[in-house]
Design a protein around this ligand. Structure first.
Ligand code: 2IT
Length: 446
């Protein structure tokens, strides 16, 4: 049995009941076979044993009092997965589905994503099974303060730098930072990213994941001799990522024609453009979590209980959450003659669906490369915080574009080096892995 297969089996055995983590490890490790074969030093140094085992996992109680005066308890997590190339870096997710498997999968993917940015950031992830939906501002603040009262001892600007993810935006980051500052009695704003502009945030951070995804899509289409001009795009979700994607697509002459929520999607043949892009933010801020509001406001169709993947478009870009595209969805996508499948949310495709799309020869791009613009601009926020100086929006945007072009090139080159053609999934995994593995080799068995 190959070293990769052997280690894959070990990970499965050691992490029962963690299907998402197992799925992420399987997708990444299986694409590393030829790298491991050509570089026996990785096996000799036990790189796969070590890279699949988090350096540290913290699970903690988060007690808080709701508006009715009742004590509530949530479970908090921070996974410090790998610090070979920099302090742990990755988001916090507040969502009822958060558990150890989810944070482990996100933390594991984050190692490779962060390496691809070329910036000095290791991999980490965290969150809680807290549901911000329907909570008052005071309840969210109470929760965030309690969460930070434990988390502060594990993080720091040179240790571990959390940010937002699903359910954690500027409001939550503000409350988290306030509590960190109070406990530490020091103004270390490099401890969190995604901050508001009044206390050390970076311009373009809110847009970065969506903008970066579109810059990456542009590279993919150009590689295939096409351009974004005139293309139609199906997007899921209606958060920051869908918003940034819609606005940059419009700027580059393409049209996002769907957005979705938990109970269905809207189809807007004229495109999510102009004031409709801004309305996504309003809809999110309302806390209603209901995209039917968009359909009602702009007089377009709402498809209850359906996913946007049934629409005939040129480009599919899942922007919501993990495993939102199943084998059944993939079959519909192929039937519709879609050419480009560009993941944006973390691990949006089941491994079965991914195999099917590969088999059917769609042009595929992996989220860990496509959505890396978000964490890349987070790393730029850290740089600005340590310089005590902020760049202009144009400066950040130019750096973001360079980073995305470079990620595409690295993934492309790595796949080429291993004779895999234009396989961005394998290429991204290989390029990210090589950077981290070489740093781990240099630093000895730790
Ligand atoms: O999945 C991700 O890369 C994020 N949620 C952003 C992480 C970050 O540190 O900005």
């Amino acid at each position: 049995m190959s070293y990769v297969k052997e280690q894959l089996e070990k990970v499965m055995e050691k992490n029962p009941g963690q299907p998402e983590f197992q799925q992420a490890v399987q997708e990444i490790l299986t694409s590393l076979e030829s790298v491991i074969e050509r570089n026996p030093q990785y096996e000799k140094a036990g790189i796969l044993e070590r890279i699949t085992e988090p350096e540290r996992q913290i699970i903690f109680r988060v007690p808080w009092i709701d508006d009715a005066g009742k004590v509530q308890v949530n479970r908090g997590f921070r996974i410090q997965f790998n610090s070979a190339i920099g302090p742990y870096k990755g988001g916090l997710r507040f969502h009822p589905t958060v558990n150890l498997s989810i944070v482990n999968f996100l933390g594991f993917e984050q190692i490779f994503k962060n390496a691809l940015t070329g910036l000095p950031i290791g991999g980490g992830k965290g969150g809680a099974d807290f549901d911000p939906r329907g909570k008052s501002d005071r309840e969210v603040m109470a929760f965030c303060q309690s969460f930070m009262t434990e988390l502060y001892r594990h993080i720091g600007p040179n240790v571990d730098v959390p940010a937002g993810d699903i359910g954690v935006g500027a409001r939550e980051i503000g409350y988290l930072f306030g509590q960190y500052k109070k406990i530490r009695n020091a103004y270390e704003n490099g401890v969190l990213t995604g901050k508001g502009m009044s206390y050390g945030g970076s311009l373009i951070r809110p847009e970065a994941t969506g903008f970066g995804a579109v810059y990456f899509a542009k590279e993919v289409l150009e590689h295939c001799g096409e351009s974004l001009e005139g293309k139609t795009v199906a997007v899921s979700g209606f958060g920051n990522v869908a918003w940034g994607t819609a606005s940059k697509m419009e700027e580059l002459g393409a049209k996002v024609v769907t957005v979705s929520g938990p109970n269905g999607y809207v189809y807007d043949p004229d495109g999510v453009t102009g004031e409709k892009v801004d309305y996504l933010l309003e809809m999110r801020a309302s806390g209603r979590d209901n995209v039917k509001d968009y359909a009602d406001k702009f007089g377009v169709q709402f498809f209850e209980g359906k996913k946007p993947w049934e629409q005939k478009v040129d480009i599919i870009m899942p922007c919501a959450t993990q495993n939102e595209v199943t084998l059944e969805d993939a079959k519909q996508i192929v039937k519709n003659g879609v050419k480009y499948y560009i993941e944006v949310s973390n691990m949006p495709t089941t491994n079965e669906a991914l195999e099917y799309l590969k088999e059917k020869k769609l042009i595929l791009a992996p989220s860990k490369a496509v959505n890396a613009g978000g964490v890349a601009v987070s790393a730029l926020e850290m740089s600005q915080n340590s310089m005590r100086y902020g760049w202009s929006a144009e400066e950040v945007d130019t750096k973001l574009q360079d980073i995305m072009v470079n990620i595409h090139k690295q993934a492309c080159d790595a796949a080429q080096r291993y004779g895999l053609g234009y396989d961005l999934f394998a290429g991204a995994n290989i390029a990210g892995f090589e950077r981290v593995a070489d740093a781990m080799l240099a630093q000895g068995i730790i």
